[in-house]
Design a protein around this ligand. Structure first.
Ligand SMILES: Cc1cc2nc3c(=O)[nH]c(=O)nc-3n(C[C@H](O)[C@H](O)[C@H](O)COP(=O)(O)OP(=O)(O)OC[C@H]3O[C@@H](n4cnc5c(N)ncnc54)[C@H](O)[C@@H]3O)c2cc1C
Length: 413
């Protein structure tokens, strides 16, 4: 049986991770990326032990240790009173329980880590400035992809890892655009040394308030602090329904600091002081899709979707990049059996992955409701956090990996 030639659309986290994992399994891969160069855009990403375990398995433990931060504690505080509601140890506790650490990284650093690993490994061809325009698949002739400029590329399978606004998804599923969730994320990255000592932090802190929450954690070896404030609302141009997909897809819009401070309202003094200490914010309008409803949303025939293209996540469980990396490991595992036709391997991938991706999508949405609760729901949440503490924050089904096509299992029980 001929070796499958794999074409990956998109060199984001999902695309590079898939190229790396498939390349490790001696599958020749070609990656096409729309961007002409990679920038520093992005902010922090949390990666739980379900993800760091995979990165370690790919031989990236030391490189990750050089650029990530490894917070020792997760703390949940009331955004209104400032009181600690619950806490959970990370650090060694996570390593002991799950065999891998809980890390926080700058997205650009994680992206560079994967890019360097792909380069070092060989066997992966990366074409920048090569946007996929469309594709055609047939069961006998494989997939023909047309790239901007008219170039045509042949492959046995197409892995659509081209993000939230995936053109591969648009053609494959034709199920409309992602929709704004009604939440705005204001993001900032600042040097801890530029902050007063009392505001510097080596832990993950989530501040919960009515219709808002704030998350802060260290990145870049702890030298930088990543800060995200999520509030309900929409900018004027979005309310006026003038938004173009280009505006919605932009992670990095100018943010009005005054609007952020107004949206924050009356919050605990230390939180207010932290937000006020940030000179400039970037705005990201959150968009997503309904959770997956079946394996058909992961792919059809010789085309599969990975990462945000398949299952965009609200960021309230911090697993967008995580599920993209799990997808990458799972697709390489599915393709490892060389005796299987490629369509069968891709169908197996879809069958194994979609329930876990749906579960994470649903839990992310639910977390958003719980984080932003007001009235009696908020009192109930705070009481449950006080009573159960770490038991409520601990997620063995998530951090343990639980199979899901990954080819290895760590239960974490
Ligand atoms: C610039 C940027 C900044 C981000 N910042 C954050 C952040 O701060 N915090 C956070 O939690 N998440 C962030 N994310 C999202 C996070 O990286 C993803 O949710 C997660 O990593 C899943 O990645 P993905 O590879 O599926 O999608 P993405 O990371 O979005 O990657 C998709 C890739 O596909 C490429 N692409 C799109 N269209 C085409 C086409 N037609 N042909 C070829 N290539 C194409 C894109 O240029 C991109 O490189 C960011 C994503 C991007 C692109």
């Amino acid at each position: 049986m001929p070796e499958p030639r794999l074409l990956v659309s998109g060199a984001g986290i999902a695309g590079l991770a898939a190229a790396l994992a498939c390349g490790r399994a001696d599958r020749p891969v070609r990656v096409i990326e729309r961007a002409a160069a990679f920038g520093e855009v992005g902010a922090g990403i949390q990666i739980g032990p379900n993800v760091t375990r995979i990165l370690h398995g790919w031989g990236l433990e030391q490189s990750l240790a050089r650029l990530a931060a490894f917070p020792d504690r997760l703390q949940v505080r009331s955004a209104i009173s400032g009181r600690e509601l619950a806490a959970m140890p990370l650090g060694d506790a996570m390593r002991r329980r799950y065999g891998a650490p809980y890390a926080t990284v700058h997205r650009a650093d994680l992206h560079r880590l994967l890019l360097d690993a792909v380069d070092a490994q060989g066997g992966v061809q990366l074409d920048l400035d090569s946007a996929l325009l469309d594709f055609e698949q047939s069961s006998d002739a494989g997939v023909t992809v047309t790239v901007a400029g008219g170039r045509q590329l042949q492959s046995d399978a197409l892995l659509g890892a081209d993000g939230l606004w995936s053109p591969v998804r648009r053609q494959l599923l034709d199920d409309g655009d992602p929709q704004p969730t009604g939440h705005l994320a204001y993001r900032a990255l600042l040097r801890q040394s530029d902050l007063p000592a009392v505001m510097r932090s080596g832990q993950v802190t989530a501040w919960l308030g009515p219709q808002l929450h704030v998350v802060q954690y260290p990145v870049r070896g702890g030298e930088w602090l990543n800060l995200v404030v999520v509030v309900h609302g929409a900018p004027d141009w979005l309310r006026a329904a003038n938004a173009t997909p280009g505006q919605l897809a932009n992670w990095n819009q100018h943010a009005d600091r005054g609007q952020l401070l107004a949206a924050l309202g009356t919050v605990a003094l230390p939180l207010r002081a932290l937000v006020e200490a940030v000179p400039a914010w970037r705005l990201w309008i959150l968009c997503d899709r309904a959770p997956m409803s079946g394996p058909g949303e992961h792919g059809r025939g010789r085309v599969v979707l990975l990462g945000d293209a398949a299952h965009p996540m609200r960021p309230y469980l911090a697993q967008g990049a995580g599920m993209a990396i799990e997808d990458a490991q799972a697709i390489a595992t599915a393709l490892a059996d060389r005796a299987r036709p490629v369509e069968v391997a891709l169908a197996e991938f879809a069958r194994l992955r979609w329930p876990r991706n749906r579960r994470v999508q649903r839990r992310s949405r639910r977390n958003g409701q719980v984080f932003h609760a007001s009235g009696p729901v908020r009192w109930g949440r705070d009481a449950a956090l006080a009573l159960l503490g770490a038991r409520l924050l601990e997620l063995p089904w998530l951090y343990g990996g639980a199979g899901a096509g990954l080819g290895s299992r760590v239960d974490g029980t």
